[in-house]
Structures are given as C-alpha cells and as structure tokens.
Design a protein around this ligand. Sequence first.
Ligand code: GDP
Length: 479
Amino acid sequence: EAITIQELANRMAERAVDVIKLLMKQGQMLKINDVIDADTAELIAEEMGHTVKRVSEADVEEGLFSIEDTTEHLKPRPPVVTIMGHVDHGKTSLLDAIRNSKVVTGEAGGITQHIGAYQIEQDGQKITFIDTPGHAAFSQMRARGAKSTDIVILVVAADDGVMPQTKEAIAHAKAADVPIIIAINKIDKEGSDPNRVRTELLSEELVTESMGGDVIDVEVSAKSGQNLDKLLEMIILQSEVLELQANPDRTAEGIVIEAQLDRGRGPVATVLVQKGTLKPGDILVAGAEWGRVRAMLDEDGKQVKEAPPSKPVEVLGFQGTPEAGDMVAVVENEARAREIVEYRQRQIREKASVVASGSRGSLEQMMNRLQETGKKEFPLVLKGDVQGSTEAIVHALNELGTDEVSARILLSGVGGITESDVTLAAASKAPIVGFNVRANKQAREAAQRDGIEIRYYNVIYDLVDDVKAAMSGLLSPER
Ligand code: GDP
C-alpha cells in the first residue's frame, strides 16, 4: 500500500508543502506526486499531530465479487459469443447477417442500434453476440480480469484461408480457454475451397470434425445467408456442452462492453449482465465510476425492465463514463458506491505515479506467482526472426517441462514484437521473449504501461536457460 504526498496531505487536511518539508528534514527529497509507503505516511502523520487509524482498504474490495452462488440457485443462461478472424474475412458481415436475419419484421418502434452487443433468438434459445469483432477488444477485457466470452467464432474466408490474424485469433482464444467454432465463410464465391481451410487449420492444431477431430466447423455465406441457421444451431449445441449457468435471482454483476459520453444522454455504458438481474433504480459500480440505473435500453432502442444473465443493455444514469472491460456490480446503497469508487480512483492515481518496474509479466514475478498459486504452467509469448529458430526454441522449451511446471507458449511467431503480442501477453500476465527481433515503439509503450517484461536474446541456449531458471525458481537477477 502506498500513497502520494498530495493524497496524504489531503487526508490530514494539511498543506503538501509541509509534508515535503518534514520529509526533507528526514533526508528524503520528494515531490508532491511522489509515492511514499504506508509506514512512512503513518510516521509523518503522527509527527504532524494526527491520530492514525489505518483502514484496510482491501476490505472495501473484499466481498464485492467474491460471493459465489450455490448450485441450487443456478439456472441455464444464453451463451456469449465473440467473432474473430483475419481482416476482410467477413466478421462484420456475419454479425450483420445474423442480426438482420432475426429482426422481427413489422415490429414497431425498433430502431437497430450499435450498442456493442446484441441478443437474438433461435428456436426459442437466446444467443448474445459481442458486436465488436476482433481479438484486440477481447484480450483487452481479459487483461483487465474480465471474462466476456463463452464461445469464439473463428471466421476464415474460404477463398483466402488461414492468415496471420487468423493465427493470432486462435492464440487469443486458446489463451483464454474459450472453445472455438470455425465458420468457413464466403462459400458462395467462386474459387472458394473449404477443405483447404480445414487442412490449413490442422497446422494450428484445430482438427475439424470431418478431419477426425472435435472442432465444429460450418460452411457459411454471410452474403447469401446460407447455413447461418446451422451456425446458430452449432452455437447452441456447444453452449449445452458447456452447461452455462448463472443465478438470476440476486443483485447483478457484469462487465462493461462499451461506454461513451453522449451529448444528450450523459455517460452511457453497455453492460453485459453475467449474474443476477439488473433493474432500473439499481445502484451500480463500474470500475471507478458509479451510477443509479435511470433507464435500460436494448439493441433496438427499446426500454427494458429487467436484464437477466447474458443480456446486454445500454445503461443510462452513470455519474461518469466507465471503461470497456470494467467489472460491474450492484451495491446496496449510494454511500457504499461512493466509498468503492473513491477507493478505486485513489488507486488509479497512485498506480499512475508509481513507476511501473518489471511488474506482473516478468520472469521473476511469474516464478513468485507460480509458487503462490501452485500453478503448473509458465505462460510465454515468443517471437523469433525465422521459422527455424522459433521452432527450435519451442521444442527446447517444451522439453523443459517437469511434473511440477511446464512452459505454455501462448504464441510463437516470426517477426518483430507488436502491440498485439503485448495485449495477448498482458491478458495472461506472461512475459515476452524475442529472439533476434525487437519490439516496435507501440509494443514497448504498451509493455511499459501494462508492466509486461520483454526479454531479448540472440543465443538460443541463453533464452532456454533463463526460462529454465525461472521455472525452477533459480533465476539470476536481470542482466
Ligand atoms: P471483416 O473485416 O472481417 O469485418 O470483413 P467484412 O465483413 O467487412 O467483409 C469484407 C468483405 O468481404 C466485404 O466486401 C464483404 O462484402 C465481403 N464478404 C463478407 N462475407 C462474404 C460472403 O459470404 N461472400 C462474399 N462473396 N463476400 C463476403
């Protein structure tokens, strides 16, 4: 726990400059936004004549997301689906086609809106689609600790096959442990070759059913609408296997899918309810913002009176604009909401002023976490200069595995380290290792921001040796 000098001064109702002077007397030259630890803060406060009552701020967080539902309260809930795939393979077209095919014709008042997610009904079964395709948003949410998706639809154009972003999407879905359904798209096109897609997917360790595996694949055309029903059936089938459940009879929890400040309506956030049922009048906290639900609208702009699990709704009534990926929870009253939000806003300020030094995604941290959690996997993102060397490294790292711990390579690829690599790494709190490649500027900035360590090597042996050392808890200090 740490606090900025400004914050400490505020809490004591003293002038920051007096705090700085006192610290200076004790030999510490600090500025107003510098962070001091709780012990120092306590001493300073006492020096200045204040009685210190330490509040365990962790208490504020505790209990908010930790209430688990007992099985007897669980009821089936609709699946939440994200569409991923290479650019131009038809993600947006597919989302639009599915949505349009389900629009109830002749219904009055319905104006199709983009709110970040929508829900359709197929044979009486609901399915929720996240309306922002691609893996960037998906992994950004995951990096913030939120699980937004139950099933990934991987779109691969039958006339183009597996492309770089197809592979990235696979890596993101696998890292999140989310099952994949393959939509082989554009089968209406001349020159489309669905079997080529299936064969190429074999190299990505996705073995479709017709190839003897268990990955579901459906040939579709977003353009003609062919087989869209079949795709939806497969989603329902897959979700039955997953036995998705939630307790609808409790205060709501969920996640922010999208949020913006609307000129007329104020802050607007699309909330995907994950547990419980959200209702107008509820007081909720989303990240570092809170609000009272003034109104809830669905994707057709219609007022909704209650939003059960897996239902996305646009929520009006926030005091400020939360961020996509923020966790949402209904709390008992406004005072509690304010308390949590104040705590979180303070944390954000403090975090901003603490220099991010090799925080979560570093080899050392990884080792500590392994020991804490007793977890057996050591996640890594690997980028190399040529196929041959990356393959050799992957092989060597896989060989390192023991009964206790093994390397889990989230992505191994050829080429420089990009921001997308960092997003993937951050979502799993994994370090990145580069072999004869560097990170570009965006990637370096993202890594700095997210506290992801990037290590560079030009000798395979050194790389493998460091990972081995990290895995066995013997890592030497960074060189
Ligand atoms: P995204 O980048 O993955 O979202 O791809 P889009 O949905 O924007 O589609 C890229 C292009 O492919 C557009 O010109 C679409 O009209 C076209 N397209 C998408 N699906 C199909 C399809 O099933 N058949 C054909 N012929 N064209 C398609």
